[in-house]
Write a protein that binds this ligand. Structure first.
Ligand SMILES: [Zn+2]
Length: 227
């Protein structure tokens, strides 16, 4: 399929297959990435996303994270989020996904279910020590006032994206950049923390959240240093 002349040809081949699997979805998504993704193919792309998510949401995220086509990643994640409620892929609470060694791992706040949660929390402690050395102060101004202060600090320190990054760092220390997906918007303390972590570990962190792509590098994020 990669040799066909146009995205429409690729689609015809794809559409004529009796069943689809990770290989055919991959080929088709590559077709979109190579040949572009104009208005006329919009419906095809949506159809593939929906089919793929419905059958295998984990594969879909993994395919998407392998794509270098920002527009496709963007749109694919929107479908993923919008289909969350239909297929039980929870859209809330906050959840972060990261691909490590060809597997997609998901995290929620203070996640105790990951088999390596002890190591992840130890890595987070280490990161916080280094962050404090460069002036980090936990930013609690966006947290609801009726939440217990200690509980609030703990939850902020163990947010889904912080755990995902810590897991990635202990799993594959080499290799860049670090790509993560979050179903909600990243802001406040987590946005600040990602900038500092990128600086400390000397790697780029690319995060797609509900609204934007963030490119954290060397203590900055050009997405607008909002909040
Ligand atoms: Zn940003």
């Amino acid at each position: 399929m990669p040799n066909v002349g146009s995205i429409e040809d690729a689609w015809r081949v794809f559409d004529s297959m009796p069943t689809h699997n990770v290989d055919s979805w991959t080929a088709m998504l590559q077709g979109f990435a190579i040949h572009g993704h104009g208005a006329e193919t919009h419906g095809h792309f949506q159809w593939i996303c929906e089919e793929c998510i419905a059958v295998d949401a984990v594969s879909f995220l993994s395919l998407l994270s392998a794509s270098s086509h920002a527009g496709l990643v963007d749109e694919g994640l929107l479908y993923f989020q919008s289909m969350g409620s239909v297929y039980g892929v929870s859209a809330t609470p906050a959840c972060t996904w990261i691909e490590v060694n060809n597997e997609v791992h998901s995290f929620v706040v203070d996640d105790q279910h990951h088999p390596q949660c002890n190591e992840i929390h130890a890595e987070l402690k280490r990161l916080f020590r280094q962050m404090k050395d460069v002036g980090y102060v936990l930013d609690t101004k966006f947290v609801l006032h009726d939440v217990d202060k200690e509980e609030m600090v703990y939850r902020l320190s163990h947010s889904s994206e912080k755990q995902a990054i810590a897991f990635r760092l202990i799993s594959t220390p080499s290799g860049t950049p670090l790509c993560i997906f979050k179903n909600l918007r990243v802001f406040g303390d987590c946005h600040t923390s990602m900038k500092l972590i990128a600086k400390i570990v000397g790697k780029k962190i690319i995060m797609r959240d509900a609204n934007h792509f963030h490119h954290f590098a060397n203590g900055h994020c050009p997405s607008r240093d909002y909040l």
